[in-house]
Design a protein around this ligand. Structure first.
Ligand SMILES: Cc1cc2nc3c(=O)[nH]c(=O)nc-3n(C[C@H](O)[C@H](O)[C@H](O)COP(=O)(O)OP(=O)(O)OC[C@H]3O[C@@H](n4cnc5c(N)ncnc54)[C@H](O)[C@@H]3O)c2cc1C
Length: 396
């Protein structure tokens, strides 16, 4: 019997790991001893970071998606179906299409979902850029505003030491917003207020989730006349009065509320019973080094579904995928995993519409911020428009 490796989720984590499993286990696959399948609930693959460009009219839907099949090596069996139940005891998945799929090794790569409905009034009155349709709606509002107040908030998961999706995105979009309004010629009539909650992973009363970057933000924001406020943990929004309330007792008016909303794992993961994360957030208990799910033999997790203290980012998946591929190959060939993830994340942050700042960090080292520059902007543009697809294919 051949060994069945099943990857669930055709986003960046699942796609990279499936492709890298085929490279790693090519001899076994050729001999028919190993089969790799990928199940996803969508035939398309979305380059999610482009959603934030959608909010500034720089990307449209057709530019940020590709057929998932076109990104996968031909040896991978690709199935479009939704996993509705993980039966870990039987090593089996159930799907919306009524199928059962057994596995010897499973990689869960189902990402996370924005959950603005978890804060009263936020879904009705807030905007965000973490999915395509909300980002288009935000673009409409940002393209029309002539004067007023854009209030920016960030919500963290309640699971201790777990960040929101893409840690740098609120800073990136605040700087992009400033440039966008200047280009429109309305910046002097629109106030931008960037706020951050009291608790940000392990830090308190900061402007960013890592201290060195947080410390440079006041001077960066002051140069651009962006107001900033620490200690604003969004707890309620009044859609009629257009006021955002904080746990700390503050009340702030807005014309546009640009929020990083709460997030959660997808339903099948939430209901799998494998997560003990508070607040029904669903993060899977992840071994920091091997990326196995604690307590479940042969089950690995990648990307936004982990409970690790590192960014929920494609730049994290990029470093996690080879570790998982190596560990599954080592389990098959040697009987035990042997690769170690060091928490590495790398990215080029978009610092305004033209500039970029390369960044990297790991479990032991924070990002050391450097001055944003146009070369960084070019690199980011190259990644957005082309390099990303090579990364997803496992070529870079
Ligand atoms: C606005 C924005 C900006 C960002 N900027 C950056 C950035 O600059 N740099 C960076 O590195 N990262 C960035 N990120 C984060 C990055 O996009 C995510 O971390 C990354 O997509 C996570 O990959 P994933 O594979 O875990 O999940 P996803 O990419 O979300 O993929 C999940 C996949 O699982 C599928 N799926 C879900 N449920 C099921 C189910 N039950 N059955 C079958 N399939 C299912 C989905 O259809 C999807 O294909 C950004 C994200 C956003 C939204």
């Amino acid at each position: 019997m051949s060994k069945q490796i099943v990857v669930v989720g055709g986003g960046v984590g699942g796609t990279m790991v499936a492709n890298q499993l085929v490279s790693k286990l090519y001899p076994e696959i050729q001999r028919g001893e190993v089969k790799v399948s990928l199940l996803s609930n969508s035939p398309d693959h979305f380059y999610k970071p482009a959603f934030m460009y959608v909010a500034f009219n720089l990307f449209f839907e057709e530019e940020l998606k590709r057929p998932e099949r076109s990104l996968l090596r031909p040896e991978i069996r690709f199935i479009v179906d939704e996993v509705t139940r993980f039966d870990f005891a039987r090593q089996e998945l159930r799907t919306r299409g009524g199928k059962r799929q057994g596995y010897d090794f499973l990689v869960i790569a189902t990402g996370c979902l924005p959950a603005p409905e978890r804060i009263e009034g936020l879904k009705e009155a807030g905007d965000h850029f973490y999915q395509y349709a909300p980002a288009r709606q935000l673009a409409q509002r940002l393209s029309r505003i002539e004067k007023g107040r854009i209030f920016i908030t960030v919500s963290f998961p309640q699971t201790p030491n777990v960040p929101h999706q893409c840690g740098i995105a609120p800073v990136e979009t605040t700087l992009m917003l400033d440039d966008f309004l200047r280009r429109r010629g309305v910046r002097d009539k629109v106030e931008i207020v960037y706020t951050y909650p009291t608790t940000a992973q392990l830090l308190r009363n900061c402007l960013f989730l890592q201290r060195p970057t947080g410390e440079i933000l006041p001077s960066l924001f002051e140069q651009k006349n962006i107001r900033f406020q620490r200690g604003f943990t969004l707890c309620k929004v009044d859609p009629d009065q257009r006021i955002a309330y904080s746990e700390e007792g503050d009340a702030q008016p807005f014309d546009i509320l640009m929020a990083t909303p709460p997030i959660r794992a997808v339903d099948a993961v939430l209901e799998s019973g494998a997560s003990q994360a508070p607040n029904r957030e669903g993060w899977l208990p992840t071994h920091h080094e091997t990326l196995q799910v604690y307590g479940l033999d042969g089950v690995y997790v990648i990307g936004d579904t982990v409970d690790l203290p590192i960014s929920k980012a494609g730049g994290a998946c990029h470093n996690q995928a080879p570790v998982i591929a190596n560990n599954i190959a080592a389990e098959i060939r040697l009987g035990a995993p042997n690769a170690v993830y060091d928490g590495r994340v790398q990215a080029v942050a978009q610092m305004g519409l033209n500039a970029g700042m390369p960044l990297w960090y790991d479990y032991a080292h924070d990002v050391l911020p450097t001055p944003p520059h146009k070369l960084g902007g070019l690199l980011r543009n190259g990644f957005n428009r082309g390099l990303y697809w090579a990364v997803a294919r496992g070529m870079l």
